[in-house]
Design a protein around this ligand. Structure first.
Ligand code: FMN
Length: 234
């Protein structure tokens, strides 16, 4: 356990590709990923990317293979995902530990387990609501609760539209409690040409909030040409 540890929870909102791309970059950055995948997230993944998450206890290599195969598979390649610039034979430098949603004895269920933060990507309205009320009815909600009470970074990436008053109030409440609400809302000012560019836009913003370096897209106002421009370099 160290500040290099990051919790990534994947829930059943649309946008499985965000989670895969995020996990790929975090592993390439050498992070120790603590993964929790909800049952609904598994359904959404099957629907959106025709892929299956590895089971709990699967090794980092199995996760990486699944991520790489899916992003390079028929849907992922049609969407324009390109390999990460840092990808090499030694990849991944990070590690993965996956937990079941009822595994309350996992380290991440306790405030004494140090992490540098937690991301829920994508975050369903159901999970968001449960965190907003402190329900803690599964490990994802409990770990989020822990990150709030320990005042560590908690980034929620919700996807829903339109939003009801209840959903808006839940987000406001969580923001007051210290969470970062980062809806999966890509901009278009970087002239995206492919779906992967839209995904990378959102993932880049999440990584910035976790203080993880990346070269997913050029920064607005940056003149450093070494940054990979998603569209132009294809
Ligand atoms: C294909 C599919 C897409 C879904 N998209 C969304 C979505 O974008 N946002 C959302 O809040 N829920 C969405 N749902 C519903 C959630 O999966 C459902 O509310 C579930 O109970 C969430 O459980 P979880 O938070 O434990 O993952 C979707 C479900 C399916 C099957």
């Amino acid at each position: 356990m160290s500040a290099n540890d990051v919790v990534l929870a994947i829930t059943g909102a649309s946008g499985s590709a965000y989670a895969l791309r995020l996990a790929q970059v975090l592993l390439a950055a050498g992070k120790h990923l603590h993964l929790v995948v909800s049952g609904a997230a598994r359904q959404v993944m099957a629907r959106e990317l025709e892929a299956e998450f590895p089971g709990n206890g699967a090794a980092a290599a199995e996760w990486l293979a699944m991520i790489e195969l899916t992003l390079a598979g028929p849907i992922g390649s049609a969407w324009g995902f390109r390999p990460l610039a840092a990808s090499n034979a030694a990849f991944p430098q990070g590690s993965v530990r996956a937990y079941g949603t009822s595994d309350y004895s996992a380290g991440i269920a306790s405030g004494s387990f140090l992490t540098s933060g937690m991301v829920i990507c994508p975050c369903s309205m159901g999970t968001l609501s449960a965190i907003a009320t402190g329900a803690s009815t599964n490990l994802i909600q409990r770990a989020a609760d822990v990150h709030l009470k320990e005042r560590r970074p908690l980034v929620l990436v919700p996807r829903e539209t339109p939003l009801s008053l209840i959903q808006l109030e839940n987000m406001t409440r969580l923001s007051h409690a210290g969470a970062t609400i980062m809806p999966s809302m890509p901009g278009f000012y970087h002239q995206p040409m492919q779906i992967a560019d839209l995904v990378d836009f959102v993932v880049a913003r999440i990584l910035d909030h976790l203080h993880v370096e990346h070269t997913l897209m050029e920064r607005w106002g940056a003149e450093n040409e070494s940054f990979t421009k998603g569209v132009r370099n294809q």
